[in-house]
Design a protein around this ligand. Structure first.
Ligand code: KG4
Ligand code: ZN
Length: 337
């Protein structure tokens, strides 16, 4: 049998992502983002995002099919993000996926968004080593996962106890009046700053867990900026951005390498929107090289939310012989891995 041709639907946040893959080959990755609609609110507004998904769904699927040069009839299965994510936006994707699966008589897979961020790596670097460790850092999550098998066995070893890493980037960008989403802007702004200018706290760095905490860091940055403003002094935006980013990246990479060592795993995969961060990619490479760990990070476009990741995990599930979810998929905003 040829490799499974799978269409993936992602609507866990503000990107309507439609991906089409054949096994580990990416045929289409089409994203319609509603990010501009949320910018003036400084964060994603769930109702606005849900409506945007509804409007974008059919045209985005049609564009993806055209790009891939396939028809709906050619598909072997449909996969959709079942959670975690925003309840309302997930529901739009799940309802669309069920409608397509029912109308076409195709198998339907509800997939976990976090596992999909890991699976997408296979589209760029081929099969994932079993096991690998994954550091998943996005606007909604900061998790360390042990991944014996991305289709069937993904274990959470730790996660954030408060803000996600991307959330901290977005909030600090707001404090600095830089715009939304803050991650990419801080990344760019930090390039002209000094990462050692200010020593911001590194939450939970040496607490012996694989959990993260970023809300104390975010508050420390806000307090530091307020103090400068109160004193009537100029805020060195680039230095604050670089020093904040350094603190986040330092904790993320140190804990990720520690997990690999503790579990004797020599491959680290990084995924999620924050994996697009240039300093994270650089520091992870340095620390992995030093520890003899092979690092896999997909290109930035595959790190942020997209449909290809959902299709990639769907194809893995089909290939692993996992039974499809039939039409029995819940849209679960806090779906565990
Ligand atoms: O994975 P993603 O697209 O959506 C979620 O599942 O949350 O991640 C979005 C998050 C946002 O918080 C955004 O600011 C952050 O990823 N992000 C970045 C960068 N690009 C996106 N954070 C730091 N540096 C970047 N270059
Ligand atoms: Zn995500």
């Amino acid at each position: 049998m040829s490799e499974p041709l799978v269409l993936g639907i992602e609507t866990s946040c503000d990107e309507t992502g439609i991906g089409i893959v054949q096994g580990h080959t990416l045929l289409a990755d089409t994203v319609a983002s509603s990010v501009d609609l949320h910018a003036r609110f400084g964060g994603v507004v769930p109702e606005v995002a849900s409506r945007a998904h509804l409007e974008a769904m059919t045209p985005t699927i049609e564009r993806a099919l055209k790009t891939a040069g396939v028809t709906l009839d050619d598909l072997d299965a449909i996969a959709v993000t079942a959670g975690p994510g925003l309840a309302g936006t997930l529901m739009v994707g799940v309802a669309a996926a069920k409608a397509y699966a029912l109308a076409l008589g195709k198998p339907l897979y509800g997939v976990n968004h976090l596992a999909a961020h890991v699976a997408v790596d296979q589209l760029e670097h081929g099969p994932l080593p079993k096991p690998c460790v994954s550091l998943l850092v996005s606007g909604g999550h900061s998790s360390l996962l042990l991944v014996p098998d991305v289709a069937t066995d993904v274990r959470s070893l730790g996660s954030t106890v408060d803000d996600a890493a991307g959330e901290a980037f977005d909030k600090v960008a707001r404090v600095l009046d830089l715009g939304f989403p803050g991650g990419p802007i801080i990344d760019r702004t930090a390039r002209s700053g000094d990462p050692a200018a200010i020593t911001f706290p590194r939450g939970k760095l040496d607490d012996g867990t694989y959990d993260f905490s970023f809300s104390g860091l975010k508050s420390a940055v806000a307090r530091w900026v307020e103090a400068k403003e109160r004193a009537g002094e100029p805020v060195p935006i680039a230095d604050v951005a670089a020093s904040f980013q350094e603190a986040v990246v330092d904790v993320l990479t140190r804990k990720a390498v520690a997990v690999c060592k503790a579990h004797d795993v020599d491959h680290l995969q990084i995924g999620g929107g924050v994996a697009a961060n240039s300093r994270l990619r650089e520091m992870a490479k340095q620390r992995c090289d030093k520890a003899g760990i092979r690092l896999r990070v997909p290109r930035p476009g595959l790190c942020t939310d997209n449909g290809a990741m959902v299709a990639a995990l769907g194809a893995e599930l089909v290939a692993s012989g996992v039974h499809d979810s039939r039409l029995d998929i819940p849209a679960d905003s806090s779906l565990p891995v």
